[in-house]
Design a protein around this ligand. Structure first.
Ligand code: ZN
Length: 61
């Protein structure tokens, strides 16, 4: 059974994207790597270290 959200009735294209994710368990901060101008960014919300990970995100035109 496919849920509504998995059915992708809206034609939203998604792609694997490299992001910086906050290392703090209490924080959900993250940013797209392409929008970060630092090689070693800190979280804009809590100033924790950030680590690279891959997420599937909608394509930005
Ligand atoms: Zn954070």
């Amino acid at each position: 059974m496919v849920s509504f959200s998995q059915a992708h009735r809206e034609p939203v294209e998604e792609v694997e994207t490299t992001v910086w994710a906050c290392t703090s368990d209490a924080c959900n901060g993250w940013m797209r790597e392409e929008f970060s101008f630092s090689k070693d960014p800190t979280c804009p919300l809590c100033q924790s270290e950030m680590k690279k990970e891959t997420r599937v995100l909608p394509v930005i035109e």
